[in-house]
Structure formats: structure tokens, C-alpha cells
Ligand binder design. Structure first.
Ligand SMILES: [Zn+2]
Ligand SMILES: [Zn+2]
Length: 246
């Protein structure tokens, strides 16, 4: 009843268009000038050439000029070529992701994807033949009702004009026995968590994996490992946000 009343009110008094990030008046479904300026500021900050993360307080990048790496990327080899995010996992982006993911605001997929597409266009190595969302295991999908990465991938694919395949990469349900494992053992376990259903679809192709947040990188890494094993020519990643590194 309340919803119906709300619909009626919206019909008589259409709500003023507002920025999906800050809620201030602005063009409908798009970041307003203020939010765009705020996000552009991050793009000028020095980030890790490999994982794309920005340094947190007290953290520093290694190297000068062309390639700058965070401590982790300097110390280890990832199965992906590089990952980029539209911005750091904080402030308006973090809030928008939470509303999108946990409050079910699916309408945020388009404005978030617009930011991602912009980040992708700025990085030639993200150019891809195929976009794949990070899949959710069946249980999580049933609980949430939608896969946020799949919604984002669909929008990003439309904006970049790259085909999206939601079926080729799948997540095998994790067993509860993982709980007692040490960190390295968990990582090894997660590395086997993704499976490529049809290797012929990714073999020799440049693949872009889409997810909402890049934090430790273990999800992106596990997905990239499965795709590389299936013969992908290059795997890169694109997320809405990335945690800062320390
Ligand atoms: Zn705004
Ligand atoms: Zn890095």
C-alpha cells in the first residue's frame, strides 16, 4: 500500500533528478560535477602500475617514472596482467557500493559502470575481446538474489562495446572445511574455486574480469589463474573500487 502511495506521489510530483552518489540535484543517473571532480582527483594520484591500488597513509610506491609498484606487486607475481579501479574503496564510492550490493539498489549499476568504463578507456592494456563477471557461488546468489559483478559487467560491456559472457567462468561452492585452514592454504584453496566451463571461449582471447571491489586481490587472482590455465592470452581486471595498500 505504501509503495503504491509513493508511486502515485512520484507521478504527481516527480522527484528532482539527483546525483546517485551524493544525492544533490544533478543530471539523473550520472555523477554530478562535484562527484566527478572528486573522483578525477584520485586518477591524478600515483597508483601501483600492476594492481592499480593507491597508497594508504604512510605507504609508498617503489620505482620512478614509468612503472611504480606497491610492495606486494614488487614481491610477487600475479596471474593477471593488471587491474584498475574507478577509485578507492572509501567515501561516496564505498557508500554507493554498499547501497548497490546490500540494499539492493540495482539502479546504481549504470552510474558505477560509467565510472569503470572511464577508468578502462584510460588504460590501453584493459582493452579486451571478452568481459567476464566474477561469479558468485550458488548459495550467495540465492541469498542476495543477484550477482552485483554480473550487473556491472553487463553495463561496462555495453559502454565499451565488448561482449559479456556470464556463463563461462563459474565458482565452485566452497566447502566449510576451509575454516580451519591457514592463510596460504586458504589462498591455494581459493585458487581452485573458479572453473572455466568452455575453454574454447577464452583460449587466445584478451579477457577483462569485472568485480565490485579489489581488496587483497585473492579473488581476482584466483579467477585470472583459472582463465590463464584455460589459455586466455591476457587477463586484466576492472573493479569499481580498490582498497588502498599499506
Ligand atoms: Zn554527486
Ligand atoms: Zn600493486
Amino acid at each position: 500500500m505504501f509503495a503504491l502511495w509513493n508511486d502515485l506521489l512520484n507521478l504527481i510530483f516527480p522527484p528532482a533528478p539527483e546525483c546517485p552518489f551524493c544525492g544533490r540535484p544533478g543530471p539523473p543517473g550520472k555523477a554530478c560535477g562535484n562527484c566527478l571532480a572528486y573522483l578525477e582527483g584520485f586518477r591524478r594520484e600515483a597508483h601501483c602500475s600492476r594492481c592499480g591500488r593507491l597508497p594508504g597513509k604512510g605507504a609508498a610506491l617503489f620505482g620512478r617514472g614509468g612503472t611504480r609498484l606497491c610492495g606486494e606487486c614488487r614481491a610477487r607475481e600475479w596471474p593477471f596482467a593488471l587491474v584498475r579501479a574507478a577509485g578507492p574503496y572509501e567515501g561516496i564510492i564505498k557508500e554507493a557500493i554498499h547501497r548497490f550490493k546490500y540494499a539492493g539498489r540495482r539502479g546504481l549499476a549504470a552510474p558505477l559502470a560509467a565510472l569503470m568504463a572511464e577508468a578502462a578507456r584510460a588504460e590501453p592494456l584493459l582493452a579486451a575481446d571478452l568481459i567476464l563477471p566474477v561469479p558468485l557461488a550458488g548459495e550467495k546468489l540465492r541469498h542476495r538474489g543477484f550477482n552485483q559483478a554480473a550487473l556491472l559487467a553487463g553495463e561496462v560491456g555495453a559502454l565499451l562495446r565488448v561482449p559479456v559472457d556470464r556463463r563461462v567462468l563459474v565458482k565452485i561452492v566452497e566447502t566449510p572445511s576451509q575454516a580451519g585452514l591457514t592463510r596460504p592454504a586458504r589462498q591455494t584453496n581459493l585458487e581452485g574455486a573458479f572453473k572455466v566451463i568452455n575453454a574454447g571461449k577464452v583460449c587466445g582471447r584478451k579477457v577483462l574480469v569485472v568485480d565490485d571491489v579489489f581488496t587483497t586481490g585473492s579473488t581476482m587472482s584466483a579467477a585470472a589463474a583459472a582463465l590463464t590455465a584455460a589459455g586466455a592470452a591476457r587477463v586484466s581486471g576492472l573493479t569499481v573500487a580498490a582498497a588502498r595498500f599499506f
